[in-house]
Design a binder for this molecule. Structure first.
Ligand code: NI
Length: 161
């Protein structure tokens, strides 16, 4: 298990557009394994490569703790509905805010073996997909917060993405 440093708001790597992945390499596989370890260690439900300083279009998501998805070069191909709720980000520690997102999302991506697949989600999974994909274009949820950022209460078990 190898943990990577999670970069925080204000760092340049979180504002850049990331590059497409062309091929799987041992180094990239290691990055993905480290991203999963880092996400679980931080009790997050998603992590994007730029959050560990790597400007590649790679995202990991697991909203249940036992169902990890790896999304390489992901694209959103369908959305519907709307949900408004609390969101956080491992790159914005101690904060959360209300963000409106689609309630259903379908994304197309490559898996860790570079095979194409589609991932569909509603509610938290839909929110996580949209949130993580925005990281790949240098955007943070704080740009979309309604009513300002709030401090996370110590007892609050809000999900961080
Ligand atoms: Ni985030």
């Amino acid at each position: 298990m190898a943990l990577r440093n999670i970069r925080e708001i204000g760092e340049d790597c979180l504002t850049k557009s990331c590059k497409e992945v062309k091929e799987m390499t041992p180094r990239l596989r290691e990055l993905i394994e480290d991203m999963l370890d880092t996400m679980y260690e931080a009790n997050g439900v998603g992590l994007a490569a730029p959050q560990v300083g790597i400007l590649k279009r790679v995202v990991v998501i697991d909203v249940t703790g036992e169902d990890p998805y790896v999304l390489i070069n992901p694209k959103i191909i369908e959305t519907s509905g709307e949900q408004t709720g609390q969101e956080g980000c491992l790159s914005v520690p101690g904060k959360c805010g209300i963000v409106t997102r689609p309630n259903y999302v379908k994304a197309a991506a490559l898996d860790i073996d570079m095979k194409p697949y589609e991932l569909e989600g509603t509610e938290l999974l839909a929110r996580a997909i949209v949130h993580e994909l925005e990281h790949l274009d240098g955007h943070l949820y704080v740009e979309k917060v309604q009513g300002g950022l709030k401090n996370v209460e110590p007892a609050d078990e809000s999900e961080e993405e």
